[in-house]
Design a binder for this molecule. Structure first.
Ligand SMILES: Cc1ncc(COP(=O)(O)O)c(C=O)c1O
Length: 409
């Protein structure tokens, strides 16, 4: 249950005083408390010996944020790591799990970021097959039909970036389970506003940058990896904090280095098998941005105070529904689904001359984004309200849509 009223949540986000911001699918504004915590950290970092009190406390702090993120996703902290972003995590895990000759099926209406990751796999001899979308959505049955004896994985966006179509986690999970496939999800358009229940799912990994719906700084993401798979993911790159934390950590490398580096012995070879990877996702973590984690930590608290992801989702979806009803009442067409099971915080609205409307709206201090809804429906804008928005923001947008239409007839 939320301990924050609607007015309090608006006050938590200073952007609500500056403009009508309906573009969290692009860039999420920082809450006031994050901005303050980050400023405070930056100030301490420049004026005190150790902002967290002791030199190594940043690791402890990262662990606390890890637990909060795990809590929001309903998974164990050992299954969470902090990559640089969505792409970083997807590419790292895909490259570690797939070998030349393996096949991965990917979504036909995904983001350029995904395309880059999958195309990079193709460079390594992995066969990447793009399964076509239909009418702006990926049908799980089409993915299932495309499976061959060589298929090892499915890589897809959980929420479509253009029109907000939300995949059924159950359907994807069933296919992955029945065909023994890795399921790799780009969840940047879902984490932070949807309740994503990974409990008992067959999701292999899932990642999201923190700068959209998580309203936190850039250079940081959150990623989940199923505990049953962690042991198979030997990363191509490691960080010294992420190996052997149970047996002395990086400090245990010092005597080895001193031994290998002793002059008189001549060049020494490091044998393979000297690294002890922990059975947790931290083996994949490389120098997360602490200053960004300071922001994410505050947002995680805020989401919890709002009542957790169930309450957050309910508010965002109710705004998406309100947008549908008011826009349609005024004769505007909605290009996104209205099926509650497949809705998200992203709604695509048909607007003739969409780029002109985005400019028109900006002059009224309303921020939305021109984006196609599907490869055919290109005249559209993407509207993405978050918890700090309310019905008055949607009303203002629809008024702008009406006025733009009148001025263009
Ligand atoms: C669906 C989707 N995936 C991936 C990305 C890129 O994510 P990151 O910068 O965290 O790698 C974006 C960014 O716009 C996106 O919308």
């Amino acid at each position: 249950v939320s301990t924050l009223t609607s007015l309090q949540i608006r006050d938590e986000f200073p952007i609500t005083q500056a403009c009508t911001y309906l573009d969290s699918a692009y860039w999420g504004p920082y809450p006031r408390r994050s901005a303050e915590a980050i400023s405070d950290y930056v100030r301490k970092r420049s004026t005190t010996a150790f902002p967290f009190g002791r030199a190594d406390q940043d690791r402890v702090f990262a662990g606390e944020v890890r637990s909060k993120i795990a809590g929001l996703l309903g998974v164990a902290p050992e299954e969470i790591w902090f990559p640089r972003g969505t792409t970083d995590a997807l590419g790292t895990v895909a490259a570690a799990l797939l070998a030349p000759g393996d096949e991965i099926l990917v979504g036909g209406l995904d983001h350029p970021a995904d395309y880059a990751v999958w195309a990079n796999l193709a460079e390594r001899g992995i066969r990447v097959k793009v399964v076509p979308q239909r009418g702006g959505r990926m049908n799980p049955e089409d993915l299932e039909r495309a499976i061959t004896a060589k298929t090892r994985a499915i890589g897809i966006c959980l929420v479509n970036t253009y029109n907000g179509y939300r995949q059924s986690l159950d359907a994807l999970s069933r296919i992955a389970g029945e065909h023994e496939l890795y399921l790799l999800l780009d969840a940047i358009q879902g984490i932070g506003h949807l309740r994503i229940d990974l409990h008992k799912s067959n999701v292999t990994m899932m990642s999201a940058g923190s700068y959209k719906w998580l309203c936190s700084p850039e250079g940081l993401g959150v990623a989940y990896i199923n505990r049953d798979v962690i042991g198979n993911v030997v990363p191509h790159n490691v960080h010294f904090y992420g190996i052997e934390p149970e047996s002395g950590g990086w400090a245990s490398f010092i005597p080895r280095i001193l031994e290998y580096g002793t002059s008189g012995l001549g060049p020494q070879e490091i044998p393979s098998g000297t690294l002890n990877y922990p059975a947790s996702a931290i083996r994949l973590e490389i120098s997360p941005s602490i200053v960004s984690l300071v922001g994410l930590n505050q947002m995680a608290d805020l989401l919890n105070e709002f009542g957790g992801m169930g309450s957050v989702e309910a508010r965002v979806i109710s705004l998406s529904m309100y947008l549908r009803s008011v826009a349609q009442e005024h004769g505007h067409s909605i290009l996104s689904t209205s099926d509650p099971e497949h809705m998200s915080g992203i709604t695509s609205v048909l607007v003739p001359s969409a780029p002109g409307f985005a400019e028109f709206a900006k002059r009224r201090n309303i921020h939305i984004r021109e984006r196609p809804a599907t490869p055919i429906a290109t005249d559209a804008v993407r509207v993405s309200p978050h918890i700090f928005n309310d019905k008055s923001d949607i009303d203002m947008l629809v008024e702008a849509l009406n006025d733009y239409r009148s001025s263009h007839i």
